[in-house]
Design a protein around this ligand. Sequence first.
Ligand code: 1PR
Length: 589
Amino acid sequence: MEAAPFGSAFTSRSLSPLSSSSSSTSQSLLYFSFNKARLKLKSPRAFSVRAASSREGDSVVTLLDYGAGNVRSVRNAIRHLGFDIKDVQTPEDILGANRLIFPGVGAFASAMDVLNKKGMAEALCTYIMEDRPFLGICLGLQLLFESSEENGPVRGLGIIPGVVGRFDASSGLRVPHIGWNALKVREGSEILDDIRNRHVYFVHSYHAIPSNDNMDWVSSTCNYGDNFIASVGKGNVHAVQFHPEKSGDVGLTVLRRFLSPRSHMEKKPTEGNASKLAKRVIACLDVRANDKGDLVVTKGDQYDVRERTEENEVRNLGKPVDLAGQYYKDGADEVSFLNITGFRDFPLGDLPMLQVLRCTSENVFVPLTVGGGIRDFTDATGRYYSSLEVASEYFRSGADKVSIGSDAVYAAEEYLRTGMKSGKSSLEQISRVYGNQAVVVSIDPRRMYINSPEDVEFRSTRVTNPGPNGEEYAWYQCTVNGGREGRQIGAYELAKAVEELGAGEILLNCIDCDGQGKGFDIDLVKLISDAVSIPVIASSGAGTAWHFSEVFEKTNASAALAAGIFHRKEVPIQSVKEHLLKKGIEVRI
Ligand code: 1PR
């Protein structure tokens, strides 16, 4: 699409082929091109508002949070870097900002709706056209483009020529694109100059497409199937598709460079060797209250978390916030908390768990997942809470993803029985509101040996090690309530069903292997990671660094998770990563 000259910046253009996200607001959509040569032009309105608020201190960052999701991590990262936050309440707050961060969350259409309805789209365009310090994050980058295919096409702010499209899963690409991928940074890209050849964290299904028309904007690209725009920059205006607030030290460096442009790194940044999407190493913390009522990190053997002593107490391996902080420093690519008694307790009554998330997210700048008890619930007073409310509270407290176990099994069973998506399951509701990249389904299967695939109605696989009676096949029976109840559904059937219902990722445990330290169940991980096109996290059984390379070499797992070996300090996360690098498996260092 040809861009209009800057002189016509405030002229609405006819865009009939595109649907507006809100017909009532479509008139206010602005289309113009951003021309650096003419940046000095300012609208009189913007001048007056800016003058009114120019006293704002240098340590204040204005944050555009339109309330569609969790931006707690962005807030935490800004505060961690020593800045205060002023929230945008009105368009004037945008125009009066000294530096503005826009962490877009949710879906493209609803974001545009809110921006248009609140009059913020126009203010944003004005602010950006004046070349004032701006950083868009994720959807905050996509909205700068002319349109998006997400539930559309839907018109965007139109500041940058070009469109936002979906990753094409038909060629076997796993969508969403989740994980640490490598940037190709252009010379003179300012805020990215310190992070060449390093991995940064992405989580998205849509991406801006590079073209001749937007070449002058692109400051870095990333390859996932095709090259897509990882960041844009011109003058003081920047936007990144990745999440600096979730990209560890590298991401904090990007934010620091944006917030204090003159604060060049004193020492040269460490050169990285990142070239593609890294395999992730995840630390998992199974959390529950012990018999004294304190929240502790525990770890079971085949899901039994009690000590084999007379007292039979819950095994206590440390404090959740401390351990999560340690694993972040040690190089974990993500941290997962599983509230393992969530199936019987109500998580919103479990305020300590929410507190754990809040405290952890203040200092841990990699993705946090929380699971356990995500389902509809009526409390003792008769008050009904939807699973969406439970998940929202987790997100507000600092979670990036929620993990659903038992409730996803019931949803899949109903879907397979009726052949219809009810739209009402926790999985469907949460992924509709927060996007499927925010929803992990945790599967807790148990291996069931059989002699022949014909022996069961569920998908089985030939096993590497025959069963106790020489059985050559196994199917994997799903369980609920922390492995206490077996259901009539296989892991294969469950994985396929939850992918269709909106899961963005699968956390694949195996009760037989849990805590055994004998390696992941390669047969199971292969069966499931070949069956779905969403990322699969292999879990249960890691005992050595070699087990990680084995699962990545023999299956299509995108990530591997471990608990016991990290808690007992048997194998540090760094040694796992060094081993993987030696084996030629790309990881984030
Ligand atoms: O059903 O939605 O309430 O979710 C409950 C969640 O709690 C599920 O994700 C389920 O996997 C988990 N869970 C329930 N009971 C237990 C238990 O151990 N008694 N933990 C449990 C599951 C499995 C892994 C573990 C790996 C790695 N733990 O998360 O960390 O197996 O362990 P390893 O490296 O030591 O082998 P809902």
